[in-house]
Design a protein around this ligand. Sequence first.
Ligand SMILES: [Ca+2]
Ligand SMILES: [Ca+2]
Length: 77
Amino acid sequence: MYFYATIGIVTAGPSLSIYIANVDNNGDCLVDLIDFGNFASSYMSDDGCSDYDCSGQVTLIDFGNFASHYLHDCDSD
Ligand SMILES: [Ca+2]
Ligand SMILES: [Ca+2]
């Protein structure tokens, strides 16, 4: 099965897999210590789910992005 993703006017695909980098990586609508544990386990790896700036590696910059959303929920801006 192939997937397509449309963001604004850009359509990407087909792709066999899609990585969505989201600081709420367990999808419970709260960025908390559980998400930090998941982030920390991928630190300095190439895990696309924690590579928020799409640099190819999970670094301190990605941690900064994570930290700026810590304790945000689905209603946060
Ligand atoms: Ca979460
Ligand atoms: Ca990165």
